[in-house]
Design a protein around this ligand. Structure first.
Ligand SMILES: Nc1ncnc2c1ncn2[C@@H]1O[C@H](COP(=O)(O)OP(=O)(O)OP(=O)(O)O)[C@@H](O)[C@H]1O
Length: 251
């Protein structure tokens, strides 16, 4: 039996009076990679961002339903958003390093979360190793992060997430700004990281979804149309809409 790490039950999400997610229920298995696919505007990013309370920043967002990590109700007011974002990290479409050194990009979050000072260099080294970046930057940790290549910057952003030892990593089209070689490095990294983390990724790249996913969720107009193993979604989809989308007929 798969252990469920993250779940949504009867999730309805509105921006103003526009309903973006419609009665959506889904269970994300632990230590697996789940891809969210579907045409532009179907609500993939909105779903992803709802898990680490990113919509708290949008005053016109309204959420109904239950979102849980293990048994924790993610929208229970008693749970701190800072703690939730530490446990559910996020990597964005465009690499967004802080305008600081490579080292400081990682130490910053560790300071905020009160990690003991003496442990910080070791934690940073481990996170950079875990993110396949250490060998490329170990001699120049003081260099400004913005001077790294786009692919290196994205691996640094992944390192910045894993340095806090989250349980879940949300990734919103993390390779869309990268060339094919950097993309493959990130994909290899995702496949390695799933041993320790539960990963949910939004992608428009069907080849990528097939290369990295255990499970795939196909969404359309705010609804979850089909959720199954990667193999079934791509070789034996049950819903006509999924077949059409996979076949490149729309989106
Ligand atoms: N903060 C917001 N306020 C109002 N509307 C929003 C907000 N964020 C997203 N939307 C709307 O919600 C809908 C779903 O957007 P979302 O970004 O989740 O789609 P998506 O499937 O991830 O699309 P894409 O693949 O193009 O990134 C869109 O109509 C978008 O305009």
């Amino acid at each position: 039996m798969e252990e469920i790490k993250l779940s949504a039950r009867n999730l309805n999400l509105f921006f103003g009076n526009k309903q973006i997610l419609k009665n959506l229920s889904i269970d994300f298995p632990k230590n697996q990679v789940t891809s969210l696919i579907g045409p532009s505007g179907c609500g993939k990013s909105t779903l992803l961002r709802s898990f680490n309370r990113m919509h708290d920043l949008s005053p016109d967002a309204r959420i109904e339903g239950k979102l849980k990590m293990d048994e924790m109700d993610l929208y229970n007011k008693a749970n701190s958003v800072t703690e939730i974002r530490k446990r559910i990290g996020m990597v964005f479409q465009k690499p967004n390093p802080l305008p600081k050194s490579i080292f400081e990009n990682l130490s910053y979050a560790l300071h905020i979360h009160n990690f003991p000072k003496a442990e910080i260099p070791g934690l940073i080294e481990n996170a950079l190793k875990e993110s396949f970046l250490w060998d490329e930057v170990k001699e120049e940790l003081k260099k400004p992060a913005v001077k790294l290549s786009g692919g290196q910057q994205q691996r640094l952003c992944i390192a910045r997430t894993v340095v806090l030892r989250p349980e879940v990593i949300l990734m919103d089209e993390p390779c869309s700004a990268l060339d094919p070689i950097s993309t493959r490095k990130i994909e290899d990294l995702i496949l390695k990281l799933k041993k320790d983390y539960t990963i949910i990724i939004v992608t428009h790249n069907m080849q990528q979804a097939q290369r990295i996913s255990d499970k795939v969720a196909f969404m359309y107009l705010g609804e979850l149309i089909e959720f199954d193993s990667c193999e079934n979604i791509f070789s034996n989809p049950k819903q006509e809409l999924t077949k059409e989308y996979i076949g490149g007929h729309f989106g």
